[in-house]
Ligand binder design. Structure first.
Ligand code: BGC
Length: 439
């Protein structure tokens, strides 16, 4: 008992010293943190991590920050993919209720920068040598006018297929190695009375499936031409027509009662033997673990057939907003520092389903799907096959992504719309959205 309290006192003292060294001025009241017990600073963190595994992953951060005297207010807004969270962010800004950090990804980091609402993480990023710990293309994305404004958490791969092994056995369907085998399996599953695919719950989920399907028909160069360069001929090409045709196949084999259901509900269906497969980024792996299954065992993880060499990446990043006190700025810096630390990177990414973004962190103790992801990532990096995810806002600005999603959703929900029509519409809608976003 006594030794425990002494340890606690020692810890509290160490904490006070540590915070003193980062210069938290004036104690809790000056920081405007009265009512937070012995917390020395606080930070509002806007995000869309509300599923079981996602909240647990945020819990890791909350706890680590608390140990450093920072109270993290987890302002999580539900909705996979973050559409709702982005709306809330804008309305908070309008009502002068800025968060300290907000989940913002890809080119949006630079777009936000232009608003003048963005703070800086430059000191902590430079003193902690982020540039030596991150892949160059990830590192570059975090900066605005040469200064760091955002901190990365993880690397997720999008082009995964999650498969319930025992349902496959029941239907006498092998784990598919090619698109044709996959289609064959889907037929077998259906004939055996098993729901082949869980999905189709909302536009974001269908957009995520389409993202992986595009990588299954074209190589990295094609993907970039279509979704990064927004090249009309790629968007309306035969290859894109093929991707839409594949989406039609997936739609036909998808749970017909799936509309309105969340991605993690669908992952639960695969874990619990209610559906055989799900096409989803590896946050699904976090949900599998959270549901008590071991990824790779009960539920197999394979690259969506046709995408073995592809790595569509998604890096969750949090951008700093301008804050109005020194203590809040310190809290921001401690937040950013903690996120890049090996201890956090390991614990968080295990729960989240992703791999550490800090390349110096070991994967020891991670599940076999994380190892697969890491191998695929390094291979793709070497061969220049890494592509930023269209569906997760890594490739283009919001208006363009919205136009792509509109066309994909329209096609998915209109059985009579042909793949040719869809690809043609895609090219013209993207062109329009791109022009509008430059006005
Ligand atoms: C985010 C993931 C998240 C997923 C579902 C993606 O856009 O990048 O971190 O788990 O949405 O909410």
């Amino acid at each position: 008992m006594i030794s425990t309290s002494l340890t606690r006192i020692a810890r509290a003292t160490a904490l006070a010293v540590a915070l003193g060294s980062v210069g938290v001025a004036g104690g809790a009241n000056a920081a405007g943190n009265s009512g937070n017990g012995d917390m020395k600073g606080q930070i509002d963190v806007l995000n869309w991590w509300t599923s079981g595994s996602e909240s647990k992953a945020m819990g890791v951060l909350k706890q680590m920050l608390a140990q450093k005297g920072i109270k993290m207010n987890n302002d999580a807004v539900s909705g996979g993919g973050g559409g709702n969270a982005r709306t809330v962010l804008k309305s908070r800004i309008q009502s002068h209720n800025m968060p300290g950090m907000a989940q913002i990804k890809g080119p949006k980091i630079q777009q936000w920068c232009k608003t003048g609402f963005i703070g800086s993480l430059d000191n902590v990023a430079k003193s902690d040598n982020w540039s030596k710990k991150l892949a160059p293309r990830i590192n570059k994305n975090l900066k605005c006018n040469g200064k760091y404004v955002a901190v990365p958490f993880d690397i997720h791969r999008i082009n995964w297929l999650w498969i319930n092994r025992s349902l496959m056995k029941k239907a006498n369907a092998p784990i598919p190695q090619s698109w044709d085998q996959l289609v064959n399996d889907l037929g077998k599953l259906k004939s055996a009375g098993i729901t082949p695919i869980a999905g189709g719950g909302d536009t974001w989920q269908v957009g995520t499936e389409f993202d992986a399907l595009v990588a299954s028909v074209g190589d990295a160069q094609f993907y970039r031409k279509a979704f990064v360069d927004l090249d009309s001929s790629a968007l309306s090409s035969k290859t894109m027509v093929k991707a839409f045709k594949r989406l039609r196949v997936i739609e036909k084999y998808t749970d017909s009662n799936g509309s309105g259901l969340s991605w993690n509900h669908d992952t639960g269906m695969v874990v619990n033997g209610k559906a055989a497969m799900q096409i989803m980024g590896d946050w699904a792996k976090g949900a599998i673990t959270n549901d008590g299954a071991t990824p790779g065992k009960k539920v197999a993880c394979i690259a969506l057939p046709g995408t073995q060499n592809a790595y569509i990446y998604n890096v969750d990043t949090f951008e700093a907003f301008k804050v109005n006190s020194k203590s809040k700025q310190k809290a921001q810096n401690i937040f950013a520092k903690t996120v890049m630390e090996p201890q956090f990177q390991r614990q968080f990414n295990k729960v989240k389903g992703s791999i550490p973004v800090n390349e110096k962190v070991s994967l020891k103790g991670f599940d076999q799907c994380a190892h697969k992801s890491s191998e695929a990532y390094h291979k793709a990096k070497k061969n220049d096959d890494l592509v930023p995810s269209m569906s997760q806002d890594m490739a283009e600005v919001g208006a363009v992504k919205g136009a792509i999603f509109d066309v994909v959703a329209k096609f998915y929900n209109s059985p009579n719309m042909t793949a040719q029509e869809a690809a043609k519409t895609l090219a013209s809608r993207v062109k329009q959205a791109d022009q509008m976003s430059k006005l």
